[in-house]
Design a protein around this ligand. Structure first.
Ligand code: GTP
Length: 363
């Protein structure tokens, strides 16, 4: 038992970073990456954003090495958000390989960092986001770092919306949750801490904000709603920790890691593990479902394209049943182990054509 506990202690902590577009997620990931690097504790970093043009850090596993987002958009006839979601779904079909690579490094790294797509809902409300989260959390102590743009959260209504969103993610993931108030070099997060600790302070701020009463001096519907919500959220605030950081200057990053380390105990002591064990059992099935869905959709979309576009007609032809790649190949690349060999999940090859296609890496 003692040996088992010792083994558990060595497991790295997974930090899943999520945040509204522009909250500073990528800057934050870059900052914590360099913070850990400067302490000889370089983390294992996964980039899950297929559409990001460049990352300031060098991820160990990069979705862009496996999935060409532009090609997914083209082949599936999708817009940017649909393209990101489908790319993430396809990547998720290979997530068992990702887990395997992370597990291989589990003894040598203390932290694993996941940078998620800029469009928060693509990760937080998709089946693949849930599968990735469950898969990580059932294998390693995992925390969610929710990055908040502090200067943009100063208005009580915006603050409330952000907290409601955070609340919904907390209850969905059921994982230790850290509110990371970013950009404190521009705006201190003291106001947020005060509002979280004292709902009357929030209500006072709300009342003094403009447009909170109608022409008869009565509170507007929104004002009353937010007043009531502040009472409800009072309970939610007790379940999370808040830390103020500046990803720009590095302020507060040390405190962030103190909170992360404390979350390990929370993860191990609370009731996450039995629930996550169940999630692990469901995971394999979900992976198969997602893969099936993605392939069915691909086949459907290709059939439509085939009707519309005679040129594609020549290159995308139906293949014998059973020839579809069902994710058995070792496609996920750990760049820290080998130089990037230029491999992708080749969607066209799944239909039996362009066997040797190597799509250019997104610029
Ligand atoms: N002043 C200040 N600016 C910051 C800080 N962190 C990020 N920024 C700026 O905020 C903007 C958005 O930062 P990103 O890191 O690109 O944000 P993101 O959430 O990853 O954005 P998307 O991935 O595009 O959704 C950039 O202009 C950053 O320079 C900070 O701590 N302080």
């Amino acid at each position: 038992m003692a040996a088992e506990e010792e083994k558990d202690k060595k497991k790295p902590i997974v930090i899943i970073t999520i945040g509204m577009a522009g909250a500073g997620k990528s800057t934050f990931v870059n900052r914590i990456n360099s913070y850990l690097g400067s302490r000889n504790k370089s983390p294992y970093v996964l980039n899950l954003d297929p559409a990001v043009a460049t990352t300031a850090f060098e991820p160990n596993i990069d979705i862009r090495d496996t999935i060409n987002y532009h090609e997914v958009m083209r082949q599936y006839n999708l817009g940017p958000n649909g393209g990101i979601l489908t790319a993430l779904n396809l990547f998720t079909t290979k997530f068992d390989q990702v887990l395997g690579l992370v597990e291989k490094r589990a003894d040598t790294v203390d932290y694993v960092i996941l940078d998620t797509p800029g469009q928060i809902e693509i990760f937080t409300w998709s089946a693949s986001g849930a599968i990735i989260t469950d898969a990580m959390a059932s294998s390693f102590p995992t925390v969610v770092a929710y990055i908040i743009d502090t200067p943009r959260t100063k208005a009580p209504a915006t603050f409330m919306s952000n907290m409601l969103y955070a609340c919904s993610i907390l209850y969905k993931t059921k994982l230790p949750f850290i509110l990371v108030f970013n950009k404190t070099d521009v705006q201190s997060h003291d106001f947020a801490v005060e509002w979280m600790q004292d709902f009357e302070a929030f209500q006072t701020a709300l009342a003094s904000h403009r447009d909170t009463s109608d022409e008869d001096g009565e509170p507007t519907y929104m004002n009353s709603l937010m007043n009531s919500m502040s009472l409800v959220l009072d309970e939610f605030y007790k379940n999370l920790k808040a830390v103020g950081v500046s990803s720009m200057t590095g302020d507060g990053i040390k405190e962030f890691f103190e909170v992360v380390d404390a979350s390990r105990e929370e993860y191990e002591s609370r009731e996450y593990l039995p629930e996550l064990e169940r999630a692990r059992a469901a995971r394999d099935k979900s992976l198969q479902d997602i893969m099936g869905e993605s392939m069915a959709r691909l086949t459907r979309d290709l059939a439509i394209d085939k009707q519309r576009n005679p040129v594609l007609n020549e290159t995308w032809e139906e293949e014998e049943e059973g020839d579809v790649d069902e994710g058995g190949e070792d496609n996920i690349i750990d760049r820290s182990e080998s130089p990037w060999p230029g491999e992708y999940i080749d969607l066209t090859r799944q239909k039996g054509h362009r066997d040797n296609t190597n799509w250019p890496r997104p610029a």
